[in-house]
Every structure is written in structure tokens, then in C-alpha cells.
Design a protein around this ligand. Structure first.
Ligand code: KIV
Length: 291
């Protein structure tokens, strides 16, 4: 584990930014990597200082940042507004930009136009979009336009209502086969990697035998080539909902509430601010002109 400073700390530790080609290289070398969300400059800069290799500016910001109860309301403008500061804050980390619902579903032309806009206006490294075989033509069109595409299959939050909400997918032989066929379709369409969300481990294991691109798993078991989590979930900051696959690696919400309460208590007691936190210079202040 290292704490990276830019460009190099005293131990010489420099974080090298992954490229699109590195995704396949890591997989081929059996080297796992980690992937988290960020939606703002400060969080991005914290991730950049960590060992985590990949950031997603996910449309989950609808729920985590904006308080909606699903991901569907966010727009291209919302996504661009959040991706820009993340790219700025994480120069040593690969940044994926999530295409919001309705920005690519209509036609290949719409998909290419909005993917191009996302790359041009934010400087992110690839776009991510939800869908399998049904989105293969959109993926191929974006890839043909020269933009790397990360696909997202299994539980796809933008269309979750059509399969009964946020639930594990691929629990029957037919649905498991469909998800694996979706993985094959997005690979054939040119996606360089695929997020697989909320499926039984055996689906991921079989998928791994049938595709060669990296599987980025979120609730997809240990066989995925990379593990993905929402930062606010893994740090125990978001309290509305905890999926089964989320492990809390720290308790940042509790630490923040404790810090805020300490500030409140010291404000009321007068303990804060001591002279350490004050501008102590004595200034000879003349009387007011009208006195
Ligand atoms: O928007 C998001 O955060 C995602 C992850 C759950 C993969 O798509």
C-alpha cells in the first residue's frame, strides 16, 4: 500500500496512469486491479493518492450526490459537470465517464454525438454505457468513432425497473446464458472491458471462459479481473441502502459526524478557536471618522 504524492514522494513512489491497453495487459498477466467511483475534485484527488487504478464518474451520482432515488434523471450536462473536476483531480488515474440514460439509446448517431461530447468536454479516458447485445450497434459505432467503450451488463441500474428493481441477475440457466451472451456481444462489438454487476459467481466464472476482455465485477464474485465499488459505499458514507456485495473498509460517515460534533461542542464551549487558529497581530485601530 502506498500514498502517492505528485509527481514522486521521497520513496520515489509514482503512480503511473493505466491506459486502455493496460486493462488487457493486466488481465493477461493475471494482475488484479481496483476501480471506484468519484464525482468531485477532492474525492478524485484522494483516489489519485491511493493505489486504486481506475475511477468511474458513474451516473450513480444521481443517488449519491443529488439525492434522486434512481439513476435515470441525470443528464449529459450533469455528467459533464462532474467528470471535469474528477479528471482535474486525478491526473494519475484512468477516468471512465458514464453515459446517462437517454444519451445513447435512440440511435448510433446520438450515441456517437454524446460520447464525443463527453470525451471532448471532459478529457475522460473512455465512456461506459449499459446494455449487452441490444446495445452492440451503439458500442460498435462509438468504437468506430475512435472512442474506447467500457460496457456494463448484468444488473443495469438505468433499466432496473424493467426487471423488477435492484436485484441479482442471472439466477436461472436462461438468464445466466443471456448475460454471458451479452458479454460475448459487447466484446464482438469492440468494448475493451465490461462491467458485470450483481450476478452469481458461477456466471462470472463461465463468462471468463467465453470472453477475453477484462471483467470488471461489482457483486460478481472473486473471479472478476477487477473489483468495482462505489466509494461512498466502501467507506460507509452513504446510509440509504447497503447492497449485499458492499464491504465497509472504513467508517467515514461516523468519523465525519464525530468531527462535526466536536466542532459544534468546541464552538459552544469557546474552546475553539484558540490563538493557534487566529490572526493575532495587534493593529492600532483609529476611532471612526464620525466620532
Ligand atoms: O454508476 C455507477 O456507479 C456504476 C457502477 C455501479 C458500476 O455504474
Amino acid at each position: 500500500m502506498s500514498v502517492h504524492t505528485q509527481p514522486a514522494d521521497q520513496s520515489g513512489s509514482v503512480k503511473r496512469k493505466m491506459s486502455v491497453l493496460d486493462f488487457q495487459k493486466y488481465k493477461d498477466e493475471g494482475r488484479k486491479f481496483a476501480y471506484v467511483t468519484a464525482y468531485d475534485y477532492t474525492t478524485a484527488s484522494i483516489v489519485d493518492q491511493s493505489d486504486v487504478e481506475v475511477i468511474l464518474v458513474g451516473d450513480s451520482l444521481a443517488m449519491i450526490m443529488l439525492g434522486y432515488d434512481s439513476t435515470t434523471p441525470v443528464t449529459m450536462d450533469d455528467m459533464i459537470h462532474h467528470i471535469r473536476p474528477v479528471v482535474k483531480g486525478a491526473p494519475h488515474t484512468f477516468v471512465a465517464g458514464d453515459m446517462p440514460f437517454g444519451s445513447y439509446n435512440e440511435s448510433c448517431e446520438q450515441a456517437v454525438r454524446n460520447a464525443t461530447r463527453m470525451i471532448k468536454e471532459t478529457g475522460c479516458d473512455c465512456v461506459k454505457l449499459e446494455g449487452g447485445a441490444n446495445m452492440a450497434d451503439k458500442i460498435a459505432a462509438i468504437v468506430n468513432a475512435g472512442i474506447p467503450v467500457m460496457a456494463h451488463i448484468g444488473m443495469t441500474p438505468q433499466t432496473a425497473t424493467s426487471f423488477g428493481g435492484f436485484k441479482v441477475q442471472g439466477g436461472t440457466p436462461q438468464t445466466a446464458r443471456k448475460i454471458i451472451d451479452d458479454a460475448r456481444a459487447v466484446e464482438a462489438a469492440g468494448a475493451f472491458s465490461v462491467v458485470v454487476e450483481c450476478v452469481p459467481n458461477c456466471v462470472t466464472s463461465q463468462m471468463k471462459r467465453e470472453i477475453t476482455i477484462p471483467i470488471l465485477g461489482i457483486g460478481a464474485g472473486p473471479d472478476a479481473d477487477c473489483q468495482v465499488l462505489v466509494t461512498q459505499d466502501l467507506l460507509d458514507m452513504y446510509s440509504n441502502f447497503k447492497p449485499k456485495f458492499v464491504k465497509h473498509f472504513a467508517h467515514v460517515r461516523a468519523a465525519m459526524v464525530e468531527g462535526l460534533n466536536q466542532f459544534h461542542a468546541e464552538t459552544l464551549s469557546g474552546e475553539f478557536p484558540t490563538s493557534e487558529y487566529c490572526f493575532n497581530k495587534q493593529v492600532e485601530i483609529p476611532p471612526a471618522a464620525d466620532k
